[in-house]
Design a protein around this ligand. Structure first.
Ligand code: F6R
Length: 253
């Protein structure tokens, strides 16, 4: 089932989504959180850091697994997702670094790395709450439009669309890696709860197709219609097409 929470703007979206994580951690202090990078989650992390500094949130028992990482980039590379997570969240809270897991984009044997990552998630007890953004092509994690849904964590070739969208974080598109490691659709679907955040009108089609058209691996986000507990927190612009087509939505707060 999908619940929609409509936010005024990016700040409001970030606060509302961060509240869901606050509740999760307060309910289960050793939650395993699935985390995402990109521009959508930064505001959520800012709220979590603020609440931690105000004594409202304790991360000492929290564990995290990240959705994805570029192949060829390591922690010291400012464009790596490990670096992003350290800078945007981990180094500002009292999480134990050994409790934070990001696929290793520098692993010599990438196939071994993805299979071990999948096992690690299972051994940690499975993801309690998974944070997702969505791509303009409706990718989730780096699960790109494809002929089938990839089940487990795997190595993926990034599409031109995704590399173009992510070029903003690099000095040129040629520097954007061509491959990544990503949780699979199955990995994501096994999370107990999913929170998907999205803002801006360039995501309006991806959101609409994911939740109001038939499920299809060409629209990876559309698999989420089959998950029992998804909360979409999106601003009015990202909700634009859903709202303008008068879709009947199950609203959160
Ligand atoms: C990030 C990730 C991607 C992004 C998506 C949206 O870890 O897996 O799927 O969530 O590309 O990115 P932003 O939020 O930058 O629009």
């Amino acid at each position: 089932m999908t619940r929609f929470i409509i936010a005024r703007d990016y700040e409001d979206m970030s606060e509302k989504a961060a509240m869901l994580f606050l509740k999760q951690i307060n309910k289960k202090d050793n939650s395993l959180l699935g985390l995402a990078t990109g521009s959508s989650p930064v505001g959520i992390y800012r709220n979590l850091i603020k609440w931690h500094s105000e004594g409202l949130l304790d991360f000492s028992a929290v564990k995290t697994v990240s959705l994805d990482e570029y192949v060829g980039l390591g922690a010291s590379d400012p464009q790596s997702y490990r670096h992003f997570m350290n800078e945007n969240l981990f180094k500002h809270i009292n999480i134990k670094m050994e409790n934070t897991h990001v696929p290793n984009g520098l692993a010599e044997d990438l196939w071994m790395e993805v299979s071990e990552y999948e096992k690690r998630i299972e051994m940690l007890g499975g993801i309690d709450m998974q944070l997702l953004g969505i791509g303009r092509n409706a990718h989730i994690g780096f699960n790109e439009p494809s002929d089938n849904f990839a089940t487990n964590t795997h190595v993926v070739n990034l599409t031109k669309d995704t590399r173009e969208a992510n070029a903003r974080f690099f000095s040129s598109i040629d520097e954007v890696p061509t491959k990544a490691l990503t949780m699979g659709i199955g990995t994501i679907m096994r999370a107990k709860k999913i929170v998907l955040v999205s803002y801006g009108e360039n995501k309006a089609d991806a959101l609409y197709k994911s939740f109001f058209e038939n499920t299809n691996p060409r629209v990876p986000g559309s698999i989420l219609q089959y998950h029992a507990d998804v909360t979409v927190v999106a601003d009015k612009a990202a909700m634009g097409r859903i709202l303008s087509e008068g879709k009947d939505i199950n609203c959160g707060f």
